[in-house]
Every structure is written in structure tokens, then in C-alpha cells.
Design a protein around this ligand. Structure first.
Ligand SMILES: NC(=O)c1ccc[n+]([C@@H]2O[C@H](COP(=O)([O-])OP(=O)(O)OC[C@H]3O[C@@H](n4cnc5c(N)ncnc54)[C@H](OP(=O)(O)O)[C@@H]3O)[C@@H](O)[C@H]2O)c1
Length: 350
């Protein structure tokens, strides 16, 4: 069926300036890490993207390795751009990244100039685009000079492959270093993409959140629902269709008694506020306007709808925040800790 975007799509969403840049991003963005690979029917992917755009979500986040298999999420999104969003390119902010393993051999991962530029070209081809809006270094590479990684990002912008550059999962110290190099090159860092949620608060402890504010860099926080843990779905066990049941990135061990007990109490607080837990979790990461946008994933359109409703109740009283703090405890779920040169759970993200 042909798709015509909702005419009122800009009425409910709010848009904030990304750091000190000229670019505005929606309060909620959609990521295609899961549910956009070859194991998901195309019509479902299409319906999720359509719902998001209809609700004012203008920012879609991808990476070379999203699938499975790697590359298939970009291919699927490229197809949707052609069939559904032709003519709307200038209303969209599309990002991609390179850093994790994408092809065999010594040039298929990390942060070399060789890998980043080749990967960006591959992503553009899969997406069917001339340029992406944002291109990221997906993780810090301890073995490649940061000057080389940043030089490649600068080249990607100067050659017209991307409009802006970003960093993902770099810790505060590495962020400062990369931002200074990029500034010197004349391609300022637009945005940082770290993980952050009520039960994964490393950016507070590391100081990254303060660093970004100080440097005037925007932030897009991924897995704000802790991959679905911060919803009501796991309160009574592991539902069959859930991410935890798929045995991919959401390790069942994360759903231990201690974590679920805290989540149960957070759910009760959300209910008292008249919100779903997912909505409260999103309002919480966006509290105080320090975070530009919350980057969610969704396995069906109704989840996108539920998440966007978070914007109807974003305020918290000091008492609510204090109560949430009692239960918003580190759940040891940060799969990306090693990418930020930090200790974390042994299981590593793909
Ligand atoms: N830079 C990086 O290294 C990195 C790493 C990871 C992710 N990301 C980005 O961040 C995006 C989001 O990550 P994520 O998918 O982990 O985010 P998330 O929003 O924390 O989790 C998404 C999952 O939560 C569940 N969900 C979402 N809304 C719901 C609702 N309203 N009610 C009930 N359940 C709901 C769904 O799980 P079910 O599938 O169980 O229904 C959904 O797949 C990715 O797509 C990617 O773009 C970046």
C-alpha cells in the first residue's frame, strides 16, 4: 500500500538543538539495530518506520553492522527510503557508523582511515544515498592514533559523504581528545552516542555528561529502555517474543532477582505518575534538558507510539527523582563498557 506521511507529524514531537550546532533533533529518535535484519518481515520494518515518521521522529540511526546479517538493516532502510520516503530526504536525519567487525581481514573493523572510509562508502551504497547526515566512529580504537580516526571522519565530511560527525561510546577523556583534534581539523564533533538509562548510569560517573555540556556537544543516548528491561514486559518472566527470549544482546542473566525487583518498584512509581515504565524511563533520561534525544528501538509500531507519549509527562518533582534514585541502580548491563575503556560484563556486543 502506498504511504502518505501524516500531515500533523510535527505537532506532537519536540525538537532540540544538538549541542551548540544548528541542527535540531527530535526528543525521541529511532534506531535500527534490532528488528531490521533479514529475520524480520519487511512489512513490519516498514510499519515501524512509517509510524515513527508519522509521529515526528525525523532521526533514524543505523550502523554498518546492524542486521542480522550485518548490512541488512541499511539495505532494508534504503528500500523503505525509496518506496515510502521518496521526496522526504530533506526532512530526515540519517546516521551510520563504523567501528565493529564488518568484513574479514585486517581492514574490516576498528578505527583506521582505510576501514572507516571504505565502510562509509559501503553504507551509502546499501542505503542508496549520496550522503548520511551523521557518520560516527562507533567505538574508540586503542591501537589507531586518534589523529588518524578523526582525520578519516574529517575527510568523510569534506568529501561530501556526511554532513556531520559523531563519536560513540568514547569515555570522557577520549572524547575530549577527539573533540580537540576534530576542532583543529575544522570538522567539529556534532554529537556523542553513549548508552544511558536508569539502570546504566556510567556517563554520570565517568563525567562524560558534564564534558559534553561543557564542550557544547549534543547527546543521543542509546538503549534508554535498557533493551526493554525498563518496560513492564519482564516483571512476570520472559515473554516468548521478547528480545531476552531471542538470546541475542539481552542476556537473560541481566534479568536477575535484584534487577527485576528494582524494576518492579520503578514500574510502581511510573504507574503512580500515570505513565508506562517505558515512558518514565524516557522522560528520566531527558530530564533537565542535558540529553538532546533518546534513541529507542522497537519491535512493533505500537511501541513507538507508547514511547512518544513519554513527552506528555516529562517533568519530575525533586521527591520523585530522589525516590527513583533509590531504585535506579547500576544493573551491570553495559555491554559497551570495553569500548569506553571501562570494565564491564564479559559478554561483548557484536
Ligand atoms: N552506538 C552503539 O554502540 C549502540 C549500541 C546499541 C544500540 N545503539 C542504537 O540505539 C538504538 C536503540 O537501542 P535498543 O534497541 O537497545 O533500545 P531500547 O529502546 O533500550 O530497547 C528497545 C527494545 O525495548 C522494547 N520496547 C521499546 N519500546 C517499548 C514499549 N513502549 N513497551 C514495551 N517494550 C518496548 C522492545 O523490545 P522487544 O523486542 O522485546 O519487544 C525494543 O526492541 C539501536 O537501534 C541503535 O540505533 C547504538
Amino acid at each position: 500500500m502506498t504511504y502518505t506521511p501524516a500531515e500533523d507529524r510535527y505537532e506532537r514531537m519536540t525538537y532540540s538543538r544538538c549541542g551548540k550546532s544548528g541542527l535540531k533533533l527530535p526528543a525521541i529518535s529511532l534506531g535500527l539495530w534490532h528488528n531490521f535484519g533479514n529475520d524480520t518481515p519487511h512489512a513490519l520494518k516498514q510499519s515501524i518506520v512509517r509510524k515513527a515518521f508519522d509521529l515526528g521522529i525525523t532521526h533514524f540511526d543505523l550502523a554498518n553492522n546492524y542486521g542480522p546479517p550485518g548490512g541488512s538493516a541499511e539495505l532494508a532502510f534504503g528500500e523503505i527510503l525509496k518506496t515510502d520516503l521518496d521526496g522526504y530526504r530533506d526532512e530526515l536525519v540519517i546516521s551510520s557508523k563504523a567501528g565493529y567487525g564488518m568484513w574479514p581481514g585486517p581492514y574490516g573493523e576498528w578505527g583506521s582511515r582505510k576501514y572507516l572510509i571504505a565502510s562509509c562508502d559501503q553504507s551509502l551504497k546499501r542505503l542508496g544515498l549520496d550522503y548520511v547526515d551523521i557518520f560516527y566512529s562507533h567505538r574508540f580504537d586503542p591501537d589507531t592514533p586518534l589523529e588518524e580516526t578523526c582525520g578519516a571522519l574529517d575527510h568523510i565530511v569534506r568529501s561530501g559523504r556526511a554532513l556531520y560527525v559523531g563519536l560513540s561510546s568514547y569515555n570522557s577523556k577520549r572524547t575530549r581528545e577527539a573533540v580537540a583534534i576534530l576542532k583543529g581539523l575544522g570538522t567539529p564533533c556534532l554529537i556523542h552516542q553513549p548508552s544511558y538509562s536508569m539502570i546504566n548510569r556510567w556517563i554520570e560517573e565517568d563525567g562524560l555528561i558534564d564534558t559534553l555540556e561543557e564542550l557544547g556537544i549534543g547527546s543521543i543516548v542509546f538503549s534508554p529502555l535498557a533493551q526493554g528491561m525498563l518496560t513492564s514486559k519482564y516483571l512476570g518472566g520472559i515473554p516468548e517474543e521478547s528480545r531476552a527470549a531471542q538470546d541475542k544482546s539481552l542476556n537473560r542473566e541481566f534479568l536477575n532477582e535484584r534487577n527485576v525487583e528494582n524494576i518492579r518498584t520503578l514500574n510502581a512509581i511510573a504507574e503512580r505518575r500515570g505513565q508506562t515504565l517505558a515512558q518514565m524511563a524516557l522522560a528520566w533520561v531527558l530530564r533537565g534538558d542535558r540529553i538532546t534525544t533518546a534513541l529507542i528501538g522497537a519491535s512493533k509500531p505500537s511501541q513507538v507510539e507508547d514511547c512518544v507519549k513519554a513527552l506528555e509527562r516529562r517533568d519530575f518533582t525533586p521527591d520523585e527523582l530522589a525516590e527513583i534514585d533509590t531504585y535506579a541502580k547500576e544493573a551491570d548491563i553495559n555491554l559497551w563498557a570495553a569500548s569506553a575503556e571501562r570494565k564491564g560484563p564479559a559478554r561483548k556486543k557484536k
